[in-house]
Design a protein around this ligand. Structure first.
Ligand SMILES: *[C@@H]1O[C@H](CO)[C@@H](O)[C@H](O)[C@H]1NC(C)=O
Ligand SMILES: *[C@@H]1O[C@H](CO)[C@@H](O)[C@H](O)[C@H]1NC(C)=O
Ligand SMILES: *[C@@H]1O[C@H](CO)[C@@H](O)[C@H](O)[C@H]1NC(C)=O
Ligand SMILES: *[C@@H]1O[C@H](CO)[C@@H](O)[C@H](O)[C@H]1NC(C)=O
Ligand SMILES: *[C@@H]1O[C@H](CO)[C@@H](O)[C@H](O)[C@H]1NC(C)=O
Ligand SMILES: *[C@@H]1O[C@H](CO)[C@@H](O)[C@H](O)[C@H]1NC(C)=O
Length: 306
């Protein structure tokens, strides 16, 4: 009897609560978003009731809720934005939006929402997918080298070189790949080919997808490149000539100086030798009488002693 009563009460309670959830409990729905690198993105949740408070946490991945640790929004604590306003919460009635400016590759992942209303709370998770950046390459010519820079993109993209007739010049290029943010790379390709007019133009193509051939290309006219090249390669020769011409007087002066020094040394040595001879003669002249006197003295000495 007691157990039957309990089941009846339970059933009644269940019926009431189901009814209540239909009319008064709030429900929320959040959707996934795909966006382009460096563009703005909006991720949102909509409630059946006015939303009063919001907490948003960042997750690596929506299917891994344990990774949701960093709180980026918490209206309970008056935190309505993140990263100096790059990420901002816009809350209007039953719609809660997160506006992200200049989406980065690291923004990709899960956004766990905790939503509060007067009629209860709920949660949801939004996955933001950021497509790989496909930025135009920049082609530069410094008078000696053609350089193609693809500053950021998927590591599997390729850089190819062509002339205006579609000839593949990639074989004469060298590629440098550097790590950029979150698994992306920066590619710099340098073409090592003496430019000539038959090429008509030089093009650098960044190939994003080998199958669809999706690419971005930049070209420079061979005429411009060749005239620059001639100016740059002829200038150094003129400079060398100019510098040697400028150096001629200096070299002459140096030679004259060295010769002068040599002459001075020779003259000095000669004089020293001459002076030495003169001195010796003087010495002999002064010494001889003394020696003679000394001999005489020695001769006289024994006589004195005796
Ligand atoms: C959100 O509120 C608007 C009016 O403010 C309403 O038209 C809409 O149906 C509501 N959305 C949901 C999911 O209840
Ligand atoms: C989410 O993470 C799980 C493992 O934690 C992985 O298997 C899954 O592929 C990830 N999903 C996405 C969309 O990255
Ligand atoms: C939701 O809030 C708006 C203003 O913030 C108000 O006009 C509207 O009546 C509210 N809706 C409900 C169902 O409370
Ligand atoms: C161009 O030549 C290189 C080898 O020099 C090759 O790897 C590349 O696939 C070629 N590109 C095209 C589009 O044929
Ligand atoms: C000129 O450049 C093209 C490639 O654009 C090359 O095939 C050709 O051999 C070059 N000619 C000379 C004379 O270097
Ligand atoms: C680049 O794309 C164009 C179409 O936009 C295509 O015709 C061309 O073949 C592509 N280039 C390469 C090297 O795949």
């Amino acid at each position: 009897m007691g157990s039957l009563q309990k089941t009846a009460v339970c059933l009644l309670f269940l019926f009431i609560s189901l009814n209540a959830s239909d009319s008064t409990f709030a429900t929320f729905s959040c959707s996934d978003v795909k966006t382009e690198y460096n563009k703005p993105a909006v991720i949102s949740c909509i409630g059946s009731k006015n939303i009063t408070n919001v907490i948003v946490k960042r997750c690596e991945n929506c299917s891994n809720r344990n990774s949701c640790s960093e709180t980026i929004i918490n209206t309970w604590k008056e935190k309505h934005s993140h990263e100096e306003g790059r990420i901002q919460l816009v809350l209007q009635h039953n719609v809660s939006e997160l506006h992200i400016q200049e989406v980065k590759a690291t923004d990709q992942g899960g956004y766990q929402w905790y939503l509060y209303s007067d009629a209860g709370e709920g949660n949801g998770c939004t996955t933001l997918e950021v497509t790989d950046p496909e930025i135009e390459p920049s082609l530069t010519w410094n008078g000696r080298k053609l350089t193609c820079l693809s500053p950021i993109g998927h590591r599997q993209r390729q850089v190819h070189w062509f002339d205006g007739h579609g000839n593949n010049l990639t074989g004469s290029a060298s590629l440098v790949s550097e790590e950029a943010e979150s698994g992306l790379t920066s590619l710099t390709s340098t073409l090592h080919e003496k430019p000539n007019l038959t090429a008509s133009e030089y093009c650098c193509t960044v190939l994003y997808d080998v199958h669809t051939k999706r690419n971005k290309t930049k070209c420079l006219s061979a005429h411009k490149v060749v005239t620059d090249y001639l100016r740059f390669t002829s200038n150094p020769d003129q400079e060398i000539l100019k510098t040697t011409k400028e150096h001629v007087p200096i070299i002459l002066v140096l030679i004259v100086l060295v010769l002068c020094c040599f002459a001075a040394v020779l003259y000095y040595r000669h004089r020293q030798r001459a002076m030495a001879k003169g001195n010796f003669a003087d010495l002999l002249r002064t010494l001889l009488p003394i020696l003679r006197q000394h001999e005489k003295a020695e001769e006289n000495a024994p006589n004195q002693e005796v």
